[in-house]
Ligand binder design. Structure first.
Ligand SMILES: Cc1cc2nc3c(=O)[nH]c(=O)nc-3n(C[C@H](O)[C@H](O)[C@H](O)COP(=O)(O)OP(=O)(O)OC[C@H]3O[C@@H](n4cnc5c(N)ncnc54)[C@H](O)[C@@H]3O)c2cc1C
Length: 451
């Protein structure tokens, strides 16, 4: 069977729904495919936290009613010692909501369908259809007959999440097919009913350090006064325990979780590096986790994927109207996303590497002496690096007595974040300058080691 559309979006997660919605809103005939049955669209093992800032930036309606499990108005960040935590308040890039993912996902899907998106559930996409190096469509298995249907599309959007079912099957110099294990967080997460109610039910807790989560972090996000979403993500792959084993250890050691009742548990994976360096190739674009559009320090990907989906829908419309869906014709999506929000994510990859490389002992020291303050963390998350201005420098030198090495690492990270920022601001205007730009990014990353 052959179907013809202008855009086919593979995957009806938050990124796919928002992209399909925007494409249809712009007048494009859009097909959205997902392997899930319709009532499960939105389901995802996730921390469920999304910042209000993403809705303000995109104009997508705030979560409401059933979609909201809780409101988040701050975060406490704990060092390995679990003492002297950093209390971050007024963090506009983080504060927001704990979502009920299915309700939220169903709303995004319904909104997409209401503007004309044709949604087909239970359709497992096998991969792209490629001709002369250009993506021409996708193939999927029909739910009823098991037969293979080919969809011919002017533009294929891979929004299939971590799996990247289209991306991972393309051989194109612009496409990063595989992702390094060190850039993937393997996670385990549970919903827990607590024995004791929370004193601060609107404050998220984040735990750093190799003892708790090797090269990763753990979280306890409240879903109400006595229910939490708690989990752990570790990166690096080999020779470590499973994320579940670290999570069970945390549960056994952290008094808040003593005697809690598991309501639901499960694993997942999330990319934690800069986004794909090109989000497009001939006839194809990537969005959401499939494009690695995730905050590298906390793994938040709902917001970045929605931001990118809005841009991609607009660029798709222009490219299709011009009759040019080559990589060059779609390049505006690269320029608009990567030089703006992507820039933050890329500079946060440096910060993630810093957090991973610093020893638990140094991290405890840094927290106890406040070598980084809440404002620095917020500023780093904006991708602005932390300024370490003259007064700040002197204050920190004094506080870092005996551990100048640690201060130097902080300064090195701040410098590299600035450099990364600048490099992304100069994202090439077309594929011509792409190779040399990639070399510049890789040069910065080569220096980003802080052992
Ligand atoms: C444990 C964990 C905790 C997290 N915590 C947070 C958090 O607190 N806040 C936050 O913002 N982000 C968090 N994230 C990341 C966030 O969940 C993702 O970034 C976000 O959901 C990605 O959305 P997406 O639409 O790109 O992909 P997904 O939500 O993964 O959607 C992909 C869709 O594609 C479909 N699909 C896949 N393969 C095929 C195929 N072959 N054929 C057809 N359909 C297919 C899937 O069924 C799915 O519906 C977390 C991730 C994990 C793993």
């Amino acid at each position: 069977m052959l179907k013809r559309v202008e855009v086919v979006v593979v995957g009806a997660g938050s990124a796919g729904c928002v992209t399909a919605h925007r494409c249809a809103e712009m007048g494009l005939k859009t097909l959205l495919l997902d392997r899930k049955p319709q009532p499960l669209v939105g389901h995802k093992v996730c921390g469920d936290e999304v910042s209000r800032s993403h809705f303000d930036a995109t104009g997508i309606e705030y979560p409401q009613g059933e979609e909201i499990a809780n409101i988040i108005t701050g975060a406490d960040v704990y060092p390995p010692s679990m003492e002297q935590e950093l209390k971050v308040r007024g963090w506009t890039e983080f504060d927001g909501w704990m979502l009920n993912r299915i309700s939220f996902g169903q709303r995004l899907l319904k909104a997409a369908v209401s503007v004309g998106v044709s949604f087909h559930p239970n359709c497992h996409v096998n991969g792209p259809v490629v001709k002369d190096g250009k993506v021409m469509g996708v193939e999927y298995r029909e739910p009823d007959t098991g037969g293979i249907t080919t969809v011919a599309a002017k533009l294929v959007v891979d929004a299939s999440g971590f799996a990247g079912v289209i991306r991972s099957k393309l051989d194109d110099p612009l496409v990063e097919k595989r992702i390094a294990k060190t850039d993937i967080a393997l996670c385990y997460r549970e919903y827990l009913r607590l024995k004791m109610p929370l004193a601060e039910p609107n404050v998220a807790r984040v735990f750093l350090g190799a003892r708790v989560a090797p090269a990763g972090y753990a979280w306890v996000f409240p879903r109400g006064v006595s229910e939490v979403n708690a989990g752990i993500g570790t990166t690096g792959g080999e020779s470590r325990g499973s994320p579940k084993s670290y999570f069970l250890k945390l549960k056994a050691e952290y008094p808040l979780l003593f005697g809690s009742q598991e309501l639901e548990g499960g694993g997942g994976a999330v990319p934690v590096r800069r986004p794909l360096m090109s989000l497009v190739a001939d006839g194809v674009a990537f969005v959401g986790d499939a494009a690695l559009q995730v905050n590298p320090i906390h793994g938040g990907g709902i917001g970045p994927g929605m931001r990118a989906g809005i841009i991609l829908g607009e660029v798709a419309k222009e490219a299709i109207a011009r009759g040019d869906v080559s990589a060059e014709g779609l390049w505006d999506y690269n320029s608009r996303f990567l030089s703006d929000y992507g820039r933050r994510l890329a500079s946060l990859e440096i910060f993630r590497r810093l957090l991973q490389d610093v020893s638990d002992d140094d991290m405890d020291f840094g927290f106890s002496r406040r070598l980084l303050e809440a404002e620095d963390l917020m500023s780093a998350n904006r991708g602005d690096a932390f300024s370490l201005g003259i007064a700040g420098k002197l204050r920190r030198v004094k506080r870092s007595s005996g551990r100048l090495g640690l201060l130097l690492k902080l300064r090195k990270a701040a410098g590299l974040m600035k450099k990364m920022n600048k490099t992304y601001l100069n994202y090439p205007a077309g594929s011509e300058g792409f190779e040399s730009w990639v070399r510049s990014v890789n040069n910065i990353l080569q220096s980003a080691h802080f052992e």
